[in-house]
Design a protein around this ligand. Sequence first.
Ligand code: IPE
Ligand code: IPE
Ligand code: MG
Length: 253
Amino acid sequence: MRPSTLITNIPPGLHVAIIMDGNGRWAVARGLPRAAGHRRGAETVRTIVEASPDLGIRTLTLYAFSSDNWRRPEREVRALMRLFRTYLRAETKRLLANGVRLTVIGRRDRLEIPVRSAIEAAEAATADGTTLHLRLAIDYSSRDAIAAAATLAAGSAGGPLTAQSLSAALGGADAADAPAPDVDLLIRTGGERRLSDFLLWECAYAELWFSDIMWPAFSAADLAGAVADFHSRERRFGGLVAQPVEAPAARAV
Ligand code: IPE
Ligand code: IPE
Ligand code: MG
């Protein structure tokens, strides 16, 4: 991966979030077990992570396992957990070499110890990465994250809860995660047009991009297409076209 500093004509600093959907259908359509789709999906993760910095992406949040995904058959859950472990162990060197900082958002207390250890090791090894902040959402529920952040913010504020304090608490609720900016572009692959409890607060003004492509088949060119479309959009944040287009500071609630 080339350092993004070599690219001069792309505005840096985008936060792109992706709901990586369609692994199972991709596999079944090819007569393969669903787990094969998840494995191919992990290869897509590598491609997309490596393509991101040159597209001006500085924060990339990937939905890998929702808190509702525990409802899936035990066998599939086990395969996914094994995959997270092997991905984290196998990719750490590569992430490190590419200057990627990896953190994981979501609950950890329900993960098996080997998965938790692999997360902690990858986070520690990549902590100094500055090219890209990769956030993997594992056992993640946005509603649970907002509830936890509200509890945290209310406990430390000593005053009324504000959108600003809640935003700050969302970033810092998990000690291992660094505060992340609001999402600029939300992508969902796999044809569904819903959020499935992902980054509900952080997507308040996100541009939405839905693709019918299944995640294992999603390419760097597809990501570039989504980012190009993002740049063609007019972001008004509730203001008017002639006004400067800056994201609003969080209002008091
Ligand atoms: C997304 O692909 C990956 C996870 C939810 C873990 P799916 O497994 O949801 O694939 P489809 O939607 O069934 O095709
Ligand atoms: C969302 O996909 C979760 C991930 C991509 C990790 P799902 O396949 O679980 O979502 P629904 O069930 O279609 O809403
Ligand atoms: Mg799905």
